[in-house]
Design a protein around this ligand. Structure first.
Ligand SMILES: Cc1cc2nc3c(=O)[nH]c(=O)nc-3n(C[C@H](O)[C@H](O)[C@H](O)COP(=O)(O)OP(=O)(O)OC[C@H]3O[C@@H](n4cnc5c(N)ncnc54)[C@H](O)[C@@H]3O)c2cc1C
Ligand SMILES: NC(=O)c1ccc[n+]([C@@H]2O[C@H](COP(=O)([O-])OP(=O)(O)OC[C@H]3O[C@@H](n4cnc5c(N)ncnc54)[C@H](OP(=O)(O)O)[C@@H]3O)[C@@H](O)[C@H]2O)c1
Length: 446
């Protein structure tokens, strides 16, 4: 029997488990599957942990999630085709849910089946080598402090790529008397109440960490971009300036001459694709981009078609794209999809990479990833979902952010699965301090 190892039980690993479960339901004979996760439970980074640094076993904490995080994109864009929000919550819910609500949804469909008994929790995959025929996978049970090696025919790498922080150094950091941290370790904006905060970066973490600090009472928030400013109309108390030059004592000095006294510097400088458990010949080497090279259909490792990567792209689309990837990967593993010859693979990868390299605007990037996901969707029996509506929703969302970065999360969109429209939330995001599932779902009756 074919044996498959899935590394990670975050959203991508769960998509893989779900894809096999669905095939089994249709009466197909599925491979033997073992999923490994180094955390105690599934859900990946949505499984919020207060811990930073090391876990209780001395391993690095993979989680970059924080308290008070709300979805930064409309939930309609990430909805599962085979399990709508309406089905999970029994009614339509607003378009921008907080973490606990999304976590509940992500787990909802998988909890209904028996996939949990396929997962080895608190188990870290430490080594994967290909011996010419199959993979030797070594893993460590952290509770028992015991290592084992098993043989697998296929390996699915689903360990995420927003866990290992990229941490640059700027002059003056060594002598800075305040706090320096990466967004990976950011857990609670309340810590920065009444503080002057400097945020480095110009992408989603910089935007959201800065907004969080502002919302929970920071005295000032100064965001420093390196290449392109985000350029939103920031509320009073926030500003965006050009690139940090150095720290001098407690002063941050920027390249445009601006000087700001600061208590904390938060590095929102992105993450590394990090695969310490893979032998060098199997490692994907990429930055955070929409089409990492060497992956056929963004999934199958060019040099070894028994190695699958899920979710390694920079992400507009998330959960339903992961599903399309997982369904495609499942069919490759089960022999229903034949991977073409090397020249065809090379041509296909080069086509996507060369289009990606010319993208300039957010709308073009949305179009690119929508086209990619739509193509994958046609290649498997992943259920019907309206990707054209998702494309339109992403573009409207981008424009709402430009209109007002404080209010874009108060907008409503319609579901690409059921067509229902997200009701307006009872409390505007900028003043909603309680992000619990109970409070969020407690919508007033119409
Ligand atoms: C702060 C933050 C906020 C985000 N917010 C949103 C959002 O609002 N909406 C959205 O759609 N997306 C969001 N994302 C994007 C996020 O990438 C996806 O939502 C999703 O979590 C990716 O799933 P994944 O399975 O690829 O990775 P992860 O969620 O990171 O899961 C990977 C899993 O692999 C396990 N693992 C890693 N290494 C090993 C190993 N060696 N052995 C065993 N197990 C291992 C980890 O323990 C983890 O459980 C956010 C990302 C970050 C960092
Ligand atoms: N739900 C939410 O609200 C939420 C919140 C946070 C994060 N997220 C998600 O988390 C994921 C990761 O986002 P991310 O912003 O952490 O990573 P990212 O998108 O990869 O962005 C990395 C940022 O770091 C900057 N940078 C890199 N090196 C730098 C340096 N030496 N000095 C200054 N700036 C530097 C880059 O700037 P350049 O452009 O100049 O290279 C870029 O702005 C995304 O999927 C996002 O959606 C979601």
């Amino acid at each position: 029997m074919t044996k498959v190892a899935i590394i990670g039980a975050g959203p991508c690993g769960l998509s893989a488990l779900r894809s096999f479960e669905q095939a089994e339901k249709k009466g197909e004979k599925i491979p033997e599957i073992v999923c490994f996760d180094k955390q105690e439970d599934w859900g990946g980074l949505w499984n919020y942990s207060w811990r930073t640094g090391s876990d209780q076993y001395g391993d690095p904490v993979p989680n970059s999630m924080y308290r008070y995080l709300w979805s930064n994109g409309p939930k309609e864009c990430l909805e599962f085709a085979d399990y709508s929000f309406d089905e999970h919550f029994g009614k339509p819910i607003p378009s921008f849910p907080p973490r606990e609500v999304l976590y509940d949804y992500i787990l909802g469909r998988i909890k209904k089946g028996n996939s949990k008994n396929k997962v080895k929790f608190s188990t870290t995959v430490t080594n994967v080598v290909y011996n010419g025929n199959n993979f030797e996978v070594t893993y460590r049970d952290k509770k028992k402090a015991a290592s084992s090696t098993d043989i697998f025919d296929y390996v699915v790498v689903a360990n995420g790529h927003f866990s290992v922080p990229f941490i640059p150094e700027y002059p003056g950091m060594k002598a800075f008397p305040g706090r320096i941290m990466h967004s990976h370790d950011f857990r609670d904006a309340e810590e920065f109440r009444d503080k002057n905060v400097v945020v480095l970066g110009s992408s989603y973490s910089a935007e959201d960490v800065a907004l969080q600090c502002h919302k929970y009472g920071a005295k000032s928030v100064t965001i420093a971009y390196r290449h392109n400013p985000m350029g939103f109309n920031w509320p009073e108390g926030m500003k965006e300036v050009y690139h940090l030059d150095r720290l001098e004592g407690n002063k941050a000095i920027f390249k445009d001459g601006y000087v700001q006294e600061t208590d904390a510097v938060i590095l929102c400088t992105g993450y590394l694709h990090h695969f310490p458990f893979l032998s060098e010949d199997l490692k994907l080497n990429t930055g955070n981009r929409l089409y990492p090279p060497k992956l056929y259909k963004g999934v199958v490792w060019q040099n070894n078609h028994k190695l699958i990567y899920l979710g390694m792209q920079d992400q507009f689309h998330t959960f339903n794209m992961f599903d399309c990837q997982a369904w495609f990967a499942r069919d490759v593993i089960m022999g229903k999809i034949k991977v073409p010859d090397n020249s065809e693979i090379e041509k296909d990868i080069n086509k996507w990479v060369s289009i990606e390299e010319k993208l300039e605007t957010a709308d073009q990037m949305i179009d690119f990833q929508t086209e990619y996901t739509k193509e994958l969707h046609t290649l498997s029996d992943y259920p019907k979902i309206d990707f054209e509506l998702i494309r339109k929703t992403f573009k409207e969302w981008e424009h709402h952010k430009v209109e007002n970065i404080m209010t874009y999360r108060n907008k409503s969109f319609s579901s690409p699965v059921t067509g229902s429209i997200g009701p307006k939330h009872h409390t505007a995001w900028e003043v909603a301090m309680d992000d619990s599932l109970k409070t969020f779902l407690n919508q007033p009756e119409k």
